[in-house]
Design a protein around this ligand. Structure first.
Ligand SMILES: [Zn+2]
Length: 697
């Protein structure tokens, strides 16, 4: 320790604590580079030599295993800064102090605070007083060098990686089903079980064209899929577990299975919050793609096909997962529902019923992942309606603020549109100016060119005036819209809300926007009843119970009155007659269609109503054959007699097949030579058969 060092340390410093900051950037360094850690701790002796008692030297080593590249996650470093800024630190110790923070910004901030708090800095080279210009310059330089060192190191590393990647020789962690052989070539895993599982995955996908179906097949067959353990004590092991949807997708999307070497499929980026996000890079922008780099499980052609199929599937099912902005569909609560069983966001699926889109709310994330049944599936119409009613109830003058927020939003949107339109005008003006200049530049003798340029200029001027006109017109319209009527309307929203809500011309999107202004989210649970737990914006909440919505077949059911009426009418009428009578009364089938003979017949069968035939038989009616025998005539004649009203028949179906009343005491007899029409006119009996048949005779 030099004389100079002792000069810088004053009594005021010694009164305060000394802080020793120990850091190793990675866990591996912590484990392997023990020597450096020991050197860091040895600095305590230096501080003691300068006069600090050992018990006042505080060690901050909570950041062991944290990178120095940013202070954001380093609790220890932040604590150090806090202690310094509170004036508790007389000196800060660190091995190569510049490594305290390898990010210049953090480092300079620390220096500044140290200067303000009159705190010294000590490293293996000596003691610095950040309040002195020379010392601060030196420390600043050290920090910059340190950051530069890190940069160069990383650049060199990255360069090396890129070069290797370009040659296809970069060692990348092999995906499941591949291993590196002795020549460092990627080959299919010699473990036959692993290989077969991977092959089965691709085969099943080939057969089913769907990752979901593949997962289901594995689950149904009880086939397990291998998985690497990448961390923890069992690192490097292969464990077998159920195939998950995301895993299947990752494998299907991975070009390595097609024998290709790729580099740069993803891009890592730091966000404003300091998190790292990994983003996929489109295929055209992959840095390296070498086909047939090694043996694969499928060929490149099949890989391409698989990608197409997966993309089509994805478009077919849509992806609405997280809490999401309002979209066009009518499902009011899209993106606001939380599953009451598993806590995941519920998604929307639409189906069409009687020409209308009807929403269903579904919790299917887990189901998709493991190829099992979905968690909850609830028809949405009743829920939407209940929530609508609650909102209508809840919107009182208090919610005027909401109305004003809506207005604000409308206003800002209009302004935005106006800005866009003005930009269009500007652009048109610029193009007209350009055309004018081009025209002026041309040699007037060159008539051909001059003419066409003049026409172009004229054209551009016309476009400009059109754009201006549109802009002006729209602006005056907008102004009127928001200024007078709309403002009044919005101010009246507190009382008008129910009307506005139910107004058919209010777009679904607007309704959803209103819901979002009022509600935070809704938790949905289906048991013997539906329970909805509603959280309003601002903390209020409410739970309501709804009866379980009817299943779609229940909604299509025929009403019990209609069934009873049909039961009654079957005594006296055929199916077509019953259908005509029901339609005459303005009744409709459960599906909302007019009745037909076929529908009536189906209802009879479905509700096990006694068929008309059985009813007539039970009442003692005879079949054609029995009647023929009783009257001792040919069966064909029974029908003819019936048609002419000599005997009485009752139709039991739409084809006018009849059962006959027994002949009784004085049955009609064969009377040769007498016209049948004459005998009928005698009016022995009045036929019950349908009229059309009588006219035929
Ligand atoms: Zn769920």
């Amino acid at each position: 320790m030099t004389h100079d060092a002792h000069q810088k340390v004053k009594a005021s410093h010694l009164k305060r604590n000394a802080y020793l900051y120990v850091r190793q950037s990675t866990l591996r360094q912590v484990l392997e580079n023990t020597e450096s850690t020991q050197r860091q701790y040895a600095l305590r002796q230096n501080a003691a030599a300068l006069g600090w008692p050992l018990d006042r030297i505080i060690v901050i080593d909570t950041d062991l295993g944290q990178s120095g590249a940013s202070a954001a996650d380093r609790e220890g470093f932040q604590r150090l800064v806090t202690e310094v800024s509170l004036g508790r630190a007389g000196i800060v110790l660190g091995l190569e102090v510049s490594r305290l923070a390898r990010n210049s910004m953090d480092w300079h901030r620390l220096l500044e605070i140290c200067a303000l708090a009159d705190t010294l800095i000590l490293d293996e080279d000596g003691v610095y007083d950040p309040a002195h210009f020379n010392d601060r310059l030196l420390l600043g330089l050290k920090g910059t060098m340190s950051e530069a060192e890190l940069h160069v190191l990383r650049a060199r590393l990255q360069g090396g990686i890129r070069n290797k990647a370009r040659r296809g020789e970069l060692f990348v962690r092999p995906p499941m089903g591949f291993v590196y052989n002795a020549e460092e070539k990627l080959v299919p895993d010699p473990d036959q079980q692993v290989q077969q599982a991977v092959r089965l995955l691709f085969e099943t996908f080939r057969r089913t064209s769907s990752a979901m179906a593949t997962v289901k097949y594995f689950a149904a067959q009880g086939v397990q899929f291998p998985r690497h353990v990448y961390s923890g004590p069992n690192k490097g092991d292969v464990v077998w577990a159920g195939l998950e949807h995301s895993r299947a997708l990752r494998i299907l999307h991975n070009p390595r299975y097609a024998g290709a070497f790729v580099y740069g499929r993803t891009h890592t980026r730091k966000t404003v919050e300091g998190d790292w996000v990994i983003e996929p890079v489109p295929r055209e922008e992959w840095e390296v793609l070498i086909r047939e780099a090694h043996t694969g499980y499928i060929d490149w052609e099949e890989y391409e096909q698989n990608q197409l199929r997966l993309r089509d599937n994805c478009q077919a099912y849509g992806k609405d997962r997280r809490k999401s902005p309002p979209r066009e569909g009518p499902a009011l609560l899209q993106g606001l529902l939380v599953c009451g069983r598993c806590g995941k966001r519920m998604t929307v699926r639409y189906h069409s019923r009687r020409g209308q889109l009807v929403p269903d709310y579904i919790c299917q994330r887990e189901g998709i992942e493991h190829g099992e049944a979905i968690c909850q599936h609830i028809p949405g119409a009743a829920i939407d309606e209940a929530i609508g009613n609650i909102l209508v109830e809840a919107v009182t003058p208090v919610t005027l603020e909401v109305a004003l927020a809506v207005q604000q939003e409308l206003q800002s949107r209009l302004e935005e549109a106006d800005r866009l339109r003005q930009q269009q005008v500007e652009r048109a003006r610029y193009e007209a100016e350009l055309a004018r200049r081009r025209y002026l530049r041309v040699d007037p003798d060159n008539r051909l060119v001059a003419d066409s340029l003049e026409a172009d200029w004229n054209n551009k001027l016309k476009l400009l005036s059109e754009a201006q006109e549109v802009c002006e017109r729209q602006r005056t319209q907008d102004r009127k819209l928001v200024d007078d009527e709309q403002r009044a309307a919005i101010l009246a929203l507190a009382t008008n809300f129910p009307q506005l809500w139910r107004e058919p011309s209010t777009a679904d999107r607007e309704r959803k926007r209103m819901v979002r202004l009022l509600l935070e989210d809704i938790t949905l649970n289906r048991a013997d009843r539906l329970s909805l737990h509603i959280r309003f914006k601002g903390g209020a909440h409410r739970t309501i119970q709804l009866p379980l919505p009817q299943r779609s077949w229940e909604q299509r059911q025929t009403s019990s009155e209609v069934v009873a009426a049909i039961d009654r009418m079957l005594d006296d009428h055929t199916y077509p007659e019953i259908a005509a009578i029901l339609n005459g009364q303005g009744l409709q089938s459960g599906e909302g269609k007019p009745f037909t003979a076929r529908i009536v017949a189906r209802i009879q069968r479905h509700y096990h109503l006694t068929p008309r035939y059985d009813r007539l038989r039970k009442a003692g009616m005879l079949t054609v054959e029995e009647m023929a025998k009783a009257l001792d005539i040919h069966p064909q004649r029974v029908k003819i007699w019936n048609r002419h009203g000599l005997i009485r028949g009752h139709a039991y179906n739409g084809k006018n097949d009849c059962l006959y009343e027994p002949p009784g005491m004085s049955p009609p007899r064969k009377a040769l030579g007498v016209k049948l029409s004459k005998r009928a006119a005698a009016g022995v009996v009045i036929t019950q058969c349908t009229k059309e048949v009588q006219y035929e005779a």
